[in-house]
Structure formats: C-alpha cells, structure tokens
Write a new protein. Structure first.
Length: 329
C-alpha cells in the first residue's frame, strides 16, 4: 500500500497494513502498562494539533479519538454542532473545513453527509495546507476506523482458535444503513475462508454496491431473514441497531418488524461456546443487557480497542509509527 495520506474508506486498507496497525496497537498497549511508557507516548506528537469536527452525534468515537490525541500529546479542538460555527451564517461546509486546515495538522470528521470526507480531502489536496482527513463516520456510507477496531477485536478473540480465517461472522439488524457493516464487511474479505451471514428484515438488506463488491471478492456470504437459525452456526454475532435517523419519511423504520433481530439472554445457550458477541454501540433493545455478564460479550472491549487502534492509526498517519515499533520495552 502506498503511503497513507487520508483515511476515507476501509477499501484503502490491505492485509499487510492491518497486520502492521495491529502490531503497533499491541506495542502501544505495552507502553500503557507503565508511567514511563505513557510519558513516552505523550512525547511523540506534542507539537501537533487536531480538529475533531463531529456534526453527528457520537459518544465512543469522539471520546476515543480525543483520548487517542491525549495519549500522543496531540492538542485538539472541536466542533460538535454547526449551530456554533460559521456554517450557521451560511458558510459552506467546504469553506469551514478549509478554515480548520489553517489551524491544525489533522482533521477527524464525522458528518451525516455521504461522501463529504472524500470531497474535503480532494479539496485540501489542491490547497497549500493539505492536512490529512480521518473519516470517523460518513452518513450511512462508511466507518473505516470502527472496522479497524472490530477486526482487532475479532482477531484477539480468535487468537487461540485459528484466527479470523475460516470463521462465520453473522451481522444482524439494519444492514442497509449501518455504516459499520459496510466497512467491516469490506475488511473481512481480506481474511481467507471467512464467511459472512447477513441477517436482517427484507427492508434492511445490504445495499447493491456492497453485494457486488462481495461477489467480486469471492468471499462466501449468505443473506437471510432468519437470524434465529444462524445463531448456532456463527463464530461471531455482530448486532446493530436500526438506523432510523436516516428514515426518508417519519416513522418509516417503525413500520418494519425488527423484533426477530434481537439477541436475548435465553438464546445464549444456542451459541457456540467460543463464539463472540459484538456491537458497535449504542444499543437499544436488540442486545439484552443481561448478556453483558457472559464472557462471550466483547462490546465493552471493542470500545477500548477503539482507542488503541486509533492511536496506532494516528501514529502511522503522522509518521511516528517507527518510534513505537523500534524501542525495546
Ligand atoms: C456506530 C456509528 O456511529 O455508526 N457507532 C459507533 O461509532 N460506535 C453505530 C451506531 O450509531 O449505531
């Protein structure tokens, strides 16, 4: 893979890149074990500034990126609501983002607008401040850094069971508008023998472009409306919520019966003993909180893995990754 300029889509990542990011992540977690290690990480990028432009709600992604900045000594600014920026005066999003590039060295952005990150990256590339962009969620389209942490979590969970290769990953819920599904499915094509099971109501099946991509990648996948039957065959169950913020008309999602796409604690006995349960969170009723106590529940780990994989990604983007891989602890 050529040098990473921006992180816009999961399709930019190849397997050697992922393997390297996860080696970095593991090393960074070693540094986290001591004060000296943490001080070393903080000494890597104190001369850098980042902008967190999150104009769509976010808890985990925002806080994990902000924490990742703190871990590396990066100073950060934020905009979380266009009502407090000049966009409210009629400034275009492009002009606003170009303005940020005057002040910072990295822009991390989440927006409800599909394709905005790509547009902004292309615009900055022709400007005199071509700062990198990280896509932290682009409407219903992509969420590449979530896919990074999801694969890391899967890899660690299957470390003693032959890795992700050959495993059946069942994705459940709103597969049409869930950006985490779109990005994760793309990355799973890099793991030979992985099989995807997409369980959703008819109305929320995966989009055509993803289906076409998966067919061309030769990965084995099935689409089903029958989640219950898939439970016993899955090595990972990846739950998602209904993305009703993208409803075209009010109440559209509530007309779809999604009641079968929930995981209840009484279904745990049907799962394989070494299977894992994941969710990008936030959850609603699709994932029973009583499941949290089950050792197969990995979603709280996912949150923390998100912070560490984002640290690894930023060190790569800002060119200090070698300073993490090289020193002996
Ligand atoms: C997801 C998102 O924003 O796409 N959350 C996250 O980033 N962890 C999933 C969701 O909102 O349902």
């Amino acid at each position: 893979m050529s040098h990473l300029r921006h992180v816009l889509s999961a399709s930019q990542f190849d397997r050697p890149f992922l393997d390297r990011i996860y080696r970095l992540t593991n090393k960074i977690r070693q540094f986290d074990k001591s004060k000296e290690g943490l001080m070393y990480l903080q000494s890597l990028l104190p001369h850098r500034r980042a902008m967190l432009y999150f104009t769509q709600p976010s808890t985990r992604t925002f806080l994990s990126f902000q924490s990742a900045c703190h871990i590396l000594g990066i100073k950060n600014s934020e905009i979380r609501d266009t009502a407090t920026s000049s966009e409210v005066k009629g400034e275009s999003i492009e002009d606003s983002l170009r303005t940020f590039s005057s002040y910072v060295d990295l822009i991390i952005m989440r927006s409800p607008v599909r394709g905005l990150c790509d547009r902004v990256a292309a615009m900055l590339d022709t400007s005199d401040r071509p700062v990198p962009i990280i896509n932290a969620g682009s409407g219903p389209d992509e969420h590449p850094t979530q896919a990074l942490l999801d694969i890391y979590t899967l890899q660690r969970s299957f470390k003693d069971f032959g890795g992700i290769e050959g495993k059946s990953i069942c994705m459940v819920g709103d597969l049409k508008r869930g950006r985490t599904i779109r990005s994760l499915s793309r990355l799973l094509t890099l793991y030979p023998g992985a099989k995807l099971i997409f369980a959703s109501p008819e109305a929320f099946r995966i989009e055509d472009d993803l289906r076409t991509f998966l067919k061309s990648s030769m990965i084995e996948f099935v689409e089903t409306v029958n989640f219950r039957d898939a439970i016993a065959h899955s090595d990972a169950i990846y739950m998602t919520r209904i993305q009703d913020e993208y409803d075209v008309c009010a109440g559209e999602s509530s007309k779809v019966d999604s009641s079968q796409y929930c995981l209840k604690s009484n279904q745990l006995k049907e799962m394989k003993p070494n299977a894992v349960i994941m969710h990008p969170l936030p959850r609603r009723t699709e994932l029973d909180p009583a499941i949290d106590k089950d050792p197969r529940a990995k979603y709280w780990r996912q949150e923390r893995n998100g912070m560490w994989t984002r640290v690894a990604l930023m060190t790569t983007l800002l060119g200090v990754d070698e300073k993490i891989l090289l020193p002996e602890l």
